[in-house]
Design a protein around this ligand. Structure first.
Ligand SMILES: NC(=O)c1ccc[n+]([C@@H]2O[C@H](COP(=O)([O-])OP(=O)(O)OC[C@H]3O[C@@H](n4cnc5c(N)ncnc54)[C@H](O)[C@@H]3O)[C@@H](O)[C@H]2O)c1
Length: 348
C-alpha cells in the first residue's frame, strides 16, 4: 500500500519535495495545507506543469485533486494520512507539530526545525513518547559524499575545518527578520553545521563576530556577515565564515567545507542541491570526484519507506539530530549577539 502523504506549507521548498515525492511509486500526495491557499495552488500548478508527461498519471492524479486546507488541525482530522511533510517557515513551528503528533502522524520537518530550543526538545520528546518517526530536512546526510568522505578520512586525526557559505539574501520577507528566520546560520548555514557535526564531531564551543553591513541595513536585524571560531568535542578546531552579500559571485576557495586531517585534506566544494566535487589532497597529489546524486530524492524516499515498513533506521537525518544542530546554530547566534564564547549543551 502506498503511503498517503500530506504537505503543510506549500511554498518554495515544498515544490522541490513534491517534484520528488510525486515520482516515488510508494507515495501518494493526497492533501495540502497552506495559510495562503493561492500559494499552494500556484505550487501545485507549477509542479504539475513540470511533471506532466514524465511522472505516471496514477501518481499525479491524487495530487491534482488533493484538497487545499488552510487549517492543519482540520487537515489532520479530515484526511486519511500516513505521514506529513512540514515545509513551514522557521517561525511557524510548534502547534502544527503537536497536532500532527496527536493525530499519530510521522513527520519530515524542514530545517531549522524551530527557532526555540525548549520547543524543539519538547517536540522531540513528544515524537519519542508516541514512537513516531521524526525526520528533518538535512538532505546532505543522504548524499553519497558522506560515505566517500568518511572512508577517505578513515580513523585519521582531524586537526581543523574551514567552512564557507557566501550567498545573497533570499527573496522572502520573513528572511530579513531575526524572530522569523533566525538569521543566516540558524536558517541556512545550518546545513554546513550539520554536515560538520556528522563528519567531524559535535561542536562544543563557538565564538563569533557578526556584522550588519549591506544586505539588511534597512532593518539592521540579522547579521549579513559572520566569522566563527569552532571548537569540536574531539579537540579539532575550525572556522565557519558566512555572508549574504555575495550575490555577485564567489571566489573558488569560498565554497563548501575543507577538512584537514593527518596526511590529507578533503574539500567538499559546493552546497546541498548542487552537483558537488570532492577534492582529496595528499603528498602524492590531488584527486577529484564529482557527485551529482539527488540527495533530496534519496531523503524523501527513505522517509516514505521508513513509514511504510516501520523502519526508522532508514532516516539518516533524525529530528533529534536536527535539535542538536539547532542547539549549535542558536549558540552561534548568541555568541554573535553577545560577543562572548558560548558553550553548547547538545543532548536532544
Ligand atoms: N533543505 C533545504 O535545502 C531547504 C531549502 C530552502 C528552504 N528550506 C526550509 O524550508 C522552510 C520553508 O522555506 P520556503 O523557502 O519554502 O518558504 P516559503 O515562504 O516559500 O513557503 C512557506 C509556506 O508556508 C506557508 N505557511 C506559513 N505559516 C503556515 C502555517 N502556520 N500553516 C500552514 N502554512 C503556513 C506560507 O504561506 C508559505 O506558502 C524553511 O524552514 C527553510 O529554511 C530548506
Amino acid at each position: 500500500m502506498a503511503v498517503r502523504v500530506g504537505f503543510v506549507g506549500v511554498g518554495y521548498i515544498a515544490k522541490e519535495h513534491l517534484k520528488r515525492v510525486l515520482t516515488d511509486p510508494e507515495a501518494r500526495v493526497v492533501a495540502l495545507c497552506d495559510t495562503e491557499p493561492a500559494a499552494a495552488e500556484a505550487t501545485r500548478a507549477s509542479v504539475l506543469e513540470k511533471l506532466r508527461g514524465t511522472a505516471p498519471e496514477e501518481l499525479l492524479t491524487p495530487f491534482a485533486k488533493a484538497p487545499v486546507h488552510t487549517d492543519p488541525v482540520r487537515m489532520f482530522q479530515e484526511e486519511r494520512l500516513d505521514a506529513v511533510f512540514l515545509c513551514l517557515p522557521p517561525f511557524a513551528h510548534g502547534e502544527v507539530e503537536f497536532a500532527a503528533i496527536e493525530a499519530g502522524l510521522p513527520l519530515l520537518v524542514e530545517k531549522p526545525v524551530a527557532l526555540d530550543l525548549p520547543l524543539a526538545r519538547e517536540i522531540s520528546g513528544a515524537l519519542r513518547a508516541k514512537g513516531l518517526i521524526g525526520a528533518a530536512g538535512y538532505q546532505s546526510r543522504y548524499s553519497q559524499i558522506v560515505p566517500f568522505v568518511r572512508e577517505t578520512l578513515g580513523d585519521r586525526t582531524i586537526a581543523m575545518t574551514l567552512a564557507h557559505r557566501f550567498t545573497k539574501l533570499p527573496p522572502r520577507d520573513w528572511y530579513r527578520h531575526q524572530d522569523r528566520s533566525g538569521g543566516q546560520v540558524v536558517e541556512m548555514a545550518t546545513h554546513q553545521v550539520d554536515l560538520l557535526r556528522l563528519l567531524v564531531s559535535d561542536i562544543s564551543t563557538v565564538y563569533v563576530s557578526g556584522g550588519r553591513r549591506i544586505a539588511t541595513r534597512e532593518t539592521s536585524e540579522i547579521f549579513d556577515a559572520s566569522v566563527a571560531s569552532l571548537t569540536y568535542a574531539n579537540g579539532a578546531v575550525g572556522s565557519l565564515v558566512t555572508n549574504m552579500v555575495s550575490g555577485h559571485g564567489n571566489p573558488a576557495y569560498a565554497r563548501g567545507i575543507h577538512i584537514i586531517a593527518d596526511g590529507l585534506t578533503v574539500s567538499i566544494l559546493g552546497h546541498e542541491g548542487e552537483s558537488r566535487t570532492v577534492e582529496v589532497v595528499t603528498a602524492d597529489g590531488r584527486q577529484e570526484r564529482t557527485f551529482a546524486d539527488d540527495s533530496m530524492a534519496a531523503q524523501d524516499r527513505a522517509f516514505v519507506r521508513a513509514v511504510r515498513d516501520g523502519r526508522p533506521e532508514l532516516v539518516l537525518a533524525s529530528y533529534e539530530e536536527a535539535v542538536r544542530t539547532l542547539a549549535t546554530t542558536l549558540a552561534h547566534q548568541e555568541s554573535a549577539e553577545t560577543g562572548q564564547p558560548v558553550r553548547i549543551d547538545t543532548p536532544a
